[in-house]
Design a protein around this ligand. Sequence first.
Ligand SMILES: [Zn+2]
Length: 280
Amino acid sequence: MEVIVVDDGSIDSTPDVLRQFEGRIVAVRQKNGGLAAARNGGLRVATGEFVQFLDADDLIAPTKIDRQVALLRSNPAAAVCWSDGFLIDSAGRTTGPANINHPSGDVLHSLLTMWGTQVAAVLVRRSALDAVARNGSWFDSDPMIRGCEDLDLWLRLAARFRFVTLDEKLFYYRVGQASMSSNTVMMLKSGLEVLRRHADHHGDCAECRRAIVAGRLRWRTVAGYGLMQQAREAVKLGRWGEALRRVAAVAMHCPSHLLRTFQPRHLGSKVSTVAQGLWR
Ligand SMILES: [Zn+2]
């Protein structure tokens, strides 16, 4: 097995740590370019038949790669094998199952309605990655889809290849403190843009249209829920301006969520009054 570590322009002691593993890993150091550039940098030097991606904070079970390689070898038409996993906290303690319901077979319609999966869940056949690459890159670094680069790639793969599910919990995803909270609107815009880009794989397909409508609603609901949660937290801390900005973002980007879930008791009295005024 070949282990490639991409140092995406770190400014800490990463290079020193990596030197301790010299001869056992391939270290790629590049200037900070974000998620897509880092994954593409690793793929450029990878020579294996299968690829497991793993973000810095996450873990996989020792058996994951063996088990998924075996399943892909026995399913030559499948390009991706994915499995469920666990959530862990910053100390590495398991806090519960990730509970991602991975479909199998032709997954395009299902995947259009999902936010994607954890990248650690997936093992991909390299030849399939190369078949969907564009301009020598696998992950798209377009800022319009920032945060959803993985989903964009899984959808490109799903449009051409079958997926198989190994029904075991084989990865550990670390839930961070600051994850996404300030980026909810960016994630929503990226998610909607990815759906727009993948709307016509089947030409005029009613199922694709239904899936896109469901997917859009899912993105808006999740973003609306996240923003309202952030507004409540801001209220607790007395940050009224921030709370108002979150509620305004819900009104602007996911107004149906505001209509459906807005109840004054959800928020402190000041913000609820302000928000009700804003909605009128
Ligand atoms: Zn379709």
